[in-house]
Each structure stands twice: as structure tokens, then as C-alpha cells.
Write a protein that binds this ligand. Sequence first.
Ligand SMILES: [Fe+2]
Length: 235
Amino acid sequence: MDQLVEYIKDQIWILEYPIRFAGLNVFGRMTIVKLDSGDLLIHDPCEISDLVKCGIDAIGEVKYIVAPGSYHHLFVTEFQQNYPNAETFLCPGLERKRPAIKFEWILGNKPDHRWANVFDQVVIQGTKYMWEVAFFHKPSKTLILVDLLENIGDDFKHPTSLLLRFWWKVVYRMWNNPKAAPEYQMGWGKKGIVKKGLNKILSWKAERVILAHGELIERDVSNVLGSAWRKVLNA
Ligand SMILES: [Fe+2]
């Protein structure tokens, strides 16, 4: 579980980590990207163990810590303590929701100049309470999301509880059917603004998606995204 997986050779590593949320045992996924400079960007940090730290340190120096979503900040402070020279970037709104988290920057619609040659990004103002910043890794055409797409079903490699299966199959109908997180489905915010952001993501024409909860999407990405976000895109 603590083992980093090299997902895109010499560029992207991922690590799934267990997490409990809203009474459900779900999993999150940290993504580590090596920039052209050799510096590392940590996207959606996980709980750090000696094994995880060793794995990261073997890849490069952590310079940037990114909390990409309103609910994806839990281990930022822990990472800051382990990597005190790294700069922290927060999803807009987190600075008010979690004022105790120290940070240097708020993420916006333009990538930081130090990663602009590798990433594009866009803020998705999903709901009043839940925003996230989508990243597109240009060299590998990899879209990196947290909650805008969840993919849990028969292929999910972890045990699922009866409660999770009930919610996913019966209530949200998202078992074997990738959709945005239930919090988004309960009511998107200003649909026009959300739609604009989602269309920017679609314009990237990603070939694979790293997401926080569930299995990666590696085929037919445009159709999967279009179907998952249909209600907003058609609004
Ligand atoms: Fe999440």
C-alpha cells in the first residue's frame, strides 16, 4: 500500500491510500509529478510513512505541495513538516475553510510559471462547498482530477462495504458508471461557470485520467467525461 507506482516513466508516480469519509472506507490517490527542472510536485498528499518518504526522496526534491480540492487537504501539514522548503498551493476556498493551513499560493486558472510548460489547469467552481482544480499533464496527455470523476465498480481492487455499494448502485447509480462525486451530483453550483470549466477540460483531449477515488480511466476518455458531466454540459 505504501509503494509508489511509476505511472508515466520518469514523469508521474501514483499511490493509493486508505481514507475514511462520510462513514465510508474509500481510497484516495496521491500523484507525484517530476517537472522539467527535476523538482517534484505533490498533488493530493497522502499520509506520509517512512516508506513513502523514502520512495519520494529517491525520485527527487519536493518543491510544491498541491491541495487540489476542497476536501483534499488532509495531509498537507504533514507534508509541510517533512518538506519545510516546499511551497504550498491551495484550491481556492480552502484558505477560508481551513485557515490553520499555511500556504504560499492559491491555485488559479493559469499554471504557475514554474510548471506552465508541463501543466495546464482550470478551477472548477463545482458547488458552494466543493471546488477543485483540474490539472492536465501535457507531455503524457494525462488529466489529473480528484472528485470530478469517481470510478468504482466491479473492477475496483479493494473490498467495498455494503453501505458504499448501496449508495453507489442504488442511490447514485454510479457503480460501473463513472460520475462526479455525489456532492457534485446533489446540485452543481453556477452551471454556466462550471460548464465553461468542464469544456476547457474536454478541450485538452486527455488520453487517461488519474482520479482520487476508484480505478484510473485509460480508454475512451472524452466519452466517459462527457457522459459523467452530461447534466452540466447540456444545461
Ligand atoms: Fe474526494
